[in-house]
Design a protein around this ligand. Structure first.
Ligand SMILES: O=C[C@H](O)[C@H](O)[C@H](O)COP(=O)(O)O
Length: 213
């Protein structure tokens, strides 16, 4: 089966976690786009969605799904999002689409995180996909030097500005044996807004195509 078909199946399968009357946390990316399409069929049964990016907001609005402000909703029951890599413990690399900061916020506000992927995203060890890090622009070089000290090769995603007005550094060359420790350590560095490791708060459910991992 092609990756696109698996993404579609995963997006559609995640619908079974949506409860009547829910406010659904919605991630970003090509897999989530299938979920949003399927969610539109249920739009009269939900209150709306909290979006993790301008891209998802545009799609949600186009399909007539109300987009709500996280500050007004309180905790969410469900967050659905894709990933760039997923290890056997449901720990993830995210941020290939530069939406990692809002994604991590909405994930943190949600009781259950359902991650939807195609089988190419499954790995034993995280790190083949470069780890995205959102940085405050003036801290780009500082953060880059800190990454080099930790054995990574930082590459500035030149030309990309996040929805929050920041920049992205992609870190190549890490084989991440302890993603929780690395995420915690990087979170302490001045200038880093968000690390694209979702290990301290991994997914609760991973759907690869329409089957649960
Ligand atoms: O910033 C983007 C997100 O973290 C996406 O969830 C991730 O890049 C996966 O995207 P896709 O579903 O397009 O492979």
């Amino acid at each position: 089966m092609s990756n696109a078909n698996e993404k579609r199946l995963a997006g559609e399968a995640a619908i079974r976690y949506v409860e009547d009357g829910a406010i659904v946390g919605v991630g970003t990316g090509s897999t989530v786009a299938f979920f949003i399409e399927a969610l539109a069929d249920l739009k009269h049964r939900i209150q709306g969605a909290v979006s993790s990016s301008e891209q998802s907001t545009a799609q949600l609005k186009k399909l007539g799904i109300p987009v709500l402000d996280l500050n007004a909703t309180g905790p969410l029951t469900l967050y659905v999002d894709g990933a760039d890599e997923c290890d056997p413990f449901k720990r993830l690399i995210k941020g290939g689409g530069a939406a990692l900061t809002r994604e991590k916020i909405v994930a943190a506000a949600s009781e259950k995180f359902v991650c939807i992927i195609d089988s190419s995203k499954r790995v034993e060890l995280l790190g083949k996909f470069p780890v995205p890090i959102e940085v405050i622009p003036m801290a780009r070089s500082l953060v880059g030097r800190e990454i080099v000290k930790r054995g990574g090769q930082p590459v500035w995603r030149d030309g990309v500005t996040t929805d929050n007005g920041n920049w992205i550094i992609d870190v190549h060359g890490w084989q991440i044996v302890d993603p929780v420790a690395l995420e915690s350590e990087l979170n302490q560095l001045p200038g880093i807004v968000t690390v694209g490791l979702f290990a301290r708060r991994p997914a609760d459910v991973v759907l690869i195509g329409d089957r649960e991992m």
